[in-house]
Design a protein around this ligand. Structure first.
Ligand code: CIR
Length: 275
């Protein structure tokens, strides 16, 4: 390895859900023009989105995170979804290459912000593309789902950076009807994944414990475990009951406006464990 210094080798035990810091960006008024898969989807309402975002940030803080909240980037309607632009793992920040043309320019601002928190910030050096929403970090590996935003060339470039810090990347498939791999899953603990039945059926989580998302509540699959709390988007009572019965401490967060743009809870923050 010669292009950057090793910050921390591999993924430490607990570090797939033990975090100290997060970076978020407020939604701007331009969020009404955010991308969405369904042309029939209604526009998000900016004031309601801002209120839900405030609640999200407050929940991250209650979970123990030191949260930096950046100002809106009006030129980039989807920039509230900061997760897609970078990956923070093993003490380094990797600036990704978002697969949607309208989002590519979000990288510069993310790099500026992350350079204030990380000594090592690496650009994904490739012609390919990777969205952070397609990346699931577990304690033994990093899974990257191919999607309309993430291709094999991008995933291979990411694999090369991760191998320098002792982390293995595994390329997996994303069921066709969702935007991102992580639209259909979230990590509950070191060994346990919460995911939709369709994603479980692909076999990508063989070797992990799987808790399947209740049918009809697939939009709850993108949950986020932060320290001792599991954040679940509001409006999913069966999921709450199921996770409560499994012994998880659950906090609900309203994310109805983000959902109008195919966003969920993981998308609205970058999370890491400071050295
Ligand atoms: C987009 O299409 O890029 C945004 N409207 C939604 C991004 C959601 N991000 C995520 O799942 N990580």
């Amino acid at each position: 390895m010669d292009h950057f210094h090793i910050a921390r080798l591999s993924i430490e035990p607990g570090s797939s859900y033990r975090f100290s810091d997060a970076l978020c960006r407020k939604p701007g008024r331009s969020v009404v023009r955010g991308l969405r898969a369904s042309f029939a989807a209604v526009d998000p309402e900016p004031n309601a989105f801002a209120r839900e975002h405030d609640a999200y940030v407050a929940t991250l803080r209650r979970a123990g995170l030191n949260v930096t909240v950046l100002d809106p980037l009006e030129a980039f309607p989807d920039s509230v979804f900061v997760e897609d632009v970078a990956l923070c793992v093993a003490g380094i920040a990797i600036i990704l290459r978002p697969g949607a043309a309208s989002r590519f320019g979000e990288r510069d601002a993310a790099k500026d912000a992350l350079s204030r928190a990380f000594a090592t910030v690496v650009d994904l050096d490739t012609d390919g593309f990777v969205d952070g929403g397609d990346i699931l970090v577990t304690e033994r590996e990093v899974l990257v789902g191919a999607s309309t935003r993430t291709d094999a060339i991008g995933a291979d470039a990411l694999a090369s950076i991760l191998s320098d810090v002792g982390i293995q990347l595994r390329k997996v498939a994303t069921p066709g009807e969702i935007l991102h791999f992580k639209s259909a899953c979230g990590l509950l603990d070191a060994e346990t994944v919460f995911c939709t039945r369709a994603l479980a059926a692909t076999g990508c989580f063989t070797g992990y414990q799987i808790i399947e998302c209740p049918e009809g509540e697939e939009s709850a699959a993108n949950l986020v475990r932060i320290n001792d709390v599991v954040l679940v988007s509001a409006g999913h009572s069966s999921t709450l009951a199921l996770l409560g019965a499994e012994g998880y401490d659950v906090a609900t967060v309203p994310a109805f406006e983000a959902a109008k743009l195919d966003g969920g809870l993981s998308c609205m923050s970058l999370r890491w464990l400071a050295a």
